[in-house]
Design a protein around this ligand. Structure first.
Ligand SMILES: [Ca+2]
Ligand SMILES: [Ca+2]
Length: 299
């Protein structure tokens, strides 16, 4: 027969396990309403496109079309209210997850797709409120990190690169250049050797995970998988001048000849782990267990 103590311990272990995996969803959108215009967190968010016609929603998905064969586009959304970026405490992480299907994937050897987590809540930064803007603008004073990806049928060596917005924040160019003054690389390129790339018509999941691992340190992991054998992943650590606050996600495909003819968005999610309220529940649970323990000792 189980003792009361062992039952209590089992309950606590279950609570710890639940807490460990419990995420607060900031946004989880599947375009069920067939529109990309409403900001109604956490169920949907408004998306802004540098060229309005390049991003169209229909029931259950959103279609992004880079210029073809050339012409980059920027697609941007906010997953918190204006002026209220989510800030990671030590041990917390944020993940942005994009489920998508590309068509007519490029044969490019460059890095034609950029995906970033940003903070438009910085002093001097301004949120976008409408479509139609320059793909080399909107970034003044915005902080954050990007994944710079070789998006092709055959991957180059180390197809993934992760960079941080330059702390000098001189550049208004959000994602149009990764050069000096705009971005600084974090760690080395990675994601494996040349070989398997993206297949047209296959569904992929991209995840950008940023975990705060210290007072001034974040660990950043970018991964692309088809849920089967394709898995390209890179983890790097930013050990100084790290960013912990985020309110936006943006994608910048270069023209179709360097990315893909189209990207169908099936789902876009942003979550924070752990959920602050679950920490409070856990602490409450531990306190209750302590009271029970003391009561039993007295009995
Ligand atoms: Ca919508
Ligand atoms: Ca840094």
């Amino acid at each position: 027969m189980k003792t009361f103590a062992s039952t209590t311990l089992a309950c606590l272990a279950a609570m710890l396990a639940a807490n460990h995996t419990h995420a607060a969803s900031l946004l989880n959108d599947t375009w069920t309403d067939g529109s990309r215009n409403e900001q109604n967190l956490p169920n949907e968010s408004a998306w802004y496109a540098s060229t309005a016609s390049s991003l169209t929603a229909s029931a259950g998905s959103m279609l992004g079309q880079p210029g073809s064969p050339t012409g980059s586009r920027v697609w941007l959304t906010y997953f918190t209210d204006a002026g209220s970026p989510t800030t990671l405490g030590i041990g917390n992480s944020i993940s942005a997850t994009w489920v998508f299907t590309p068509t007519t994937v490029s044969t490019a050897t460059g890095r034609g797709v950029r995906l970033g987590l940003f903070n438009f809540g910085e002093t001097g930064a301004a949120r976008q409120t409408a479509d139609t803007f320059s793909t080399s603008g909107i970034g003044q004073n915005v902080t954050g990190y990007i994944v710079n990806m070789n998006f092709a049928q055959s991957a180059i060596n180390t197809p993934i690169q992760i960079l941080q917005r330059d702390p000098a924040l001189a550049a208004a160019n959000l994602m149009g250049t990764t050069g000096s003054g705009a971005y600084n690389q974090i760690g080395s390129n990675g994601g494996g050797v040349a070989g398997d790339g993206f297949v047209s018509g296959t569904q992929y999941t991209f995840q950008f995970l940023i975990a705060r691992t210290g007072v001034d340190e974040v660990e950043l992991t970018a991964s692309f998988t088809d849920g089967n054998t394709f898995n390209r992943s890179l983890t790097v650590t930013d050990t100084s001048g790290a960013n912990f606050s985020f309110d936006a996600f943006a994608l910048r495909p270069d023209g179709a000849q360097n990315s893909a003819e189209s990207f169908t968005f099936h789902q876009f999610q942003v979550a924070v782990v752990p959920e602050p309220s679950s920490v409070m529940l856990l602490l409450g649970g531990l306190g209750l267990a302590g009271v029970i323990h003391r009561l039993r000792r007295k009995a």
